[in-house]
Design a protein around this ligand. Structure first.
Ligand code: ZN
Length: 399
C-alpha cells in the first residue's frame, strides 16, 4: 500500500472488525484487516479500542458560555420559561463575564478534548451588539482552524424586527465570514412570522448560504412555524441547507400528526436539532428518523444564562438523547450515536466525513466494545485525531 504516512493499527470498527487504517495527506487511504497492511514510517497502535468518526457538535454558543469563568448562579424565570426574560438575564450576566475570547477558547478546547472536530456555533448579531461578538469569534475560529472546523450562524438573539438594524447586520455578518443566517421564534418573539422569515430567507437567498433557526415555541404555534419554514425551504430549492434548532412543538404532537409533519420536514430536506433539553418536550427522535428526517444534536448552552448544565461531550449528549427517548435496544442506541456523528455531518453538509476510504482522518478512540456500549457508558479515556494527527488525549488538547 504505497503512500501511507501513518498506519493506525488494531482499531476496532463499529462492525466489530479489527482493522489497520492507513492515512496520507489527512485522508484515509487504506482499511485492511489488522496485520495485513505493510508497515508505514509512522505507526499508532489503537490497541483494540473502538475507533469512531469525530463527533459533530451541531449547535453551541461560543460567545455566551461562562465555562472556565467564575460560577454564575442561574436565575429562574419569574413565571415559567420566557425567552424575553432569559435574554435580559443574559445581557446582565455578559456584562460581568470574563473577556469573550478567553471563554470561547476554553469552551472550544473542552469540545475538542471530548472528540468534537466539527462544530456549528451561533453567535449573537443584532442591534444590541452589532458585529463585535462575531468579529471576536471569527478570530478565534482562525486560531483553531488546524484542530476544529467551525461553521458560524449569525444569530439575532434580540429578534430581527424588534431590534433595529438587525436585517442589515445579518447581511453584513455573512459578508464578514458567518456561514449561515439564524433566526429566533419568528412568531412569539418578533410577533411577525412571515416578516421574520422574509428577512432570514431573503439574506440566505441573496448570499447563497444556509439557515439555522432557533424555535422554542411549543404546541401548534411551533408546529405551524416548522411547516412554514419547510414551505420556504422547498420554494427556494434550499433542501439540505436549512435546520430548525429545538423545535419543541414537535414534541407536543400526537403520533399521527408528528408523522404527517415529519414527512413534510423530510421532503423539504430540513434538519432538526435537539439537545434533549431538560424538562421541555422535544422532537420524537425515532419517529422522525423513521420518516426520513435528519436529526442532529449539540450541547447548545454550556454553563450560560439559560442553564448551568453541559459538558461539551457529544457522546454524553447521545446518552441523554437515548435516555430521554427511551432507547434501549442496540439499534436504538446506535441511532443515538448516529445523531451525534453521521446525521450531524449530513445536517452540516460536511464533506469527507466517516471512517471510509477517502474520508478525512478525523477520529476518536473509545474504551468500549461497540457503539451501544459507548452510548450507555460514555467512556472518558479518549484519543482524538484530526487529519491523522493527535490533537487531544486524556481530556486535554495536545500542544
Ligand atoms: Zn441555541
Amino acid at each position: 500500500m504505497a503512500g501511507i504516512e501513518t498506519l493506525f493499527t488494531n482499531a476496532t470498527l463499529a462492525d466489530g472488525s479489527l482493522k489497520d487504517i492507513g492515512v496520507a495527506g489527512g485522508r484515509i487511504v487504506s482499511i485492511e484487516p489488522a496485520g495485513a497492511a505493510p508497515r508505514a514510517s509512522a505507526t499508532v497502535d489503537i490497541a483494540g479500542a473502538l475507533l469512531v468518526p469525530a463527533f459533530v457538535e451541531g449547535h453551541i454558543h461560543l460567545d455566551t458560555s461562562f465555562y472556565g469563568d467564575k460560577w454564575i448562579p442561574h436565575k429562574a424565570c419569574t413565571n415559567g420559561f420566557d425567552v424575553h426574560e432569559r435574554v435580559a438575564f443574559q445581557a446582565e450576566n455578559m456584562a460581568q463575564a470574563a473577556p469573550m475570547d478567553e471563554r470561547a477558547r476554553k469552551q472550544l478546547e473542552l469540545c475538542v478534548a471530548n472528540g468534537s472536530l466539527q462544530m456549528r456555533s451561533h453567535v449573537m448579531v443584532d442591534g444590541s451588539v452589532g458585529l463585535k461578538l462575531l468579529e471576536t469569534i471569527l478570530k478565534i475560529r482562525e486560531e483553531y482552524r488546524d484542530i476544529i472546523e467551525i461553521q458560524l450562524v449569525a444569530f439575532p438573539q434580540n429578534g430581527i424586527l424588534k431590534s433595529p438594524g438587525t436585517p442589515e447586520l445579518l447581511d453584513e455578518a455573512i459578508a464578514l465570514g458567518a456561514d449561515l443566517v439564524g433566526g429566533l421564534d419568528p412568531a412569539s418573539f418578533d410577533r411577525d412570522l412571515q416578516g421574520h422569515l422574509d428577512v432570514v430567507f431573503g439574506v440566505a437567498e441573496k448570499r447563497g448560504v444556509g439557515v439555522d433557526i432557533h424555535l422554542h415555541d411549543f404546541g401548534s404555534l411551533g408546529a405551524f412555524t416548522v411547516e412554514e419554514i419547510c414551505v420556504r425551504t422547498a420554494a427556494l430549492g434550499m433542501q439540505g441547507k436549512v435546520a430548525i434548532s429545538h423545535a419543541y412543538g414537535l414534541g407536543d404532537l400526537d403520533p399521527d400528526s408528528a408523522r404527517r409533519i415529519g414527512a413534510k420536514i423530510a421532503k423539504a430536506g430540513v434538519s432538526i436539532m435537539t439537545n434533549a433539553p431538560g424538562d421541555h418536550v422535544f422532537p420524537p427522535v425515532a419517529l422522525l428518523r423513521s420518516e426520513g428526517v435528519t436529526i442532529f444534536s449539540g450541547s447548545d448552552n454550556i454553563r450560560d444564562s439559560w442553564w448551568p448544565y453541559g459538558d461539551g461531550d457529544m457522546l454524553s449528549r447521545a446518552m441523554m438523547i437515548g435516555y430521554r427517548s427511551g432507547f434501549y435496544t442496540d439499534d436504538e442506541l446506535t441511532a443515538a450515536f448516529d445523531v451525534v456523528t453521521t446525521a450531524g455531518a449530513k445536517a452540516l453538509g460536511l464533506e469527507g466525513y466517516g471512517i471510509a476510504l477517502g474520508g478525512k482522518a478525523d477520529f476518536v478512540t473509545l474504551a468500549a466494545e461497540h457503539l451501544p456500549e459507548a452510548v450507555v457508558a460514555v467512556p472518558k479515556p479518549r484519543r482524538v485525531f484530526k487529519a491523522g494527527r493527535l490533537v487531544a488525549e486524556n481530556g486535554m488538547v495536545a500542544r
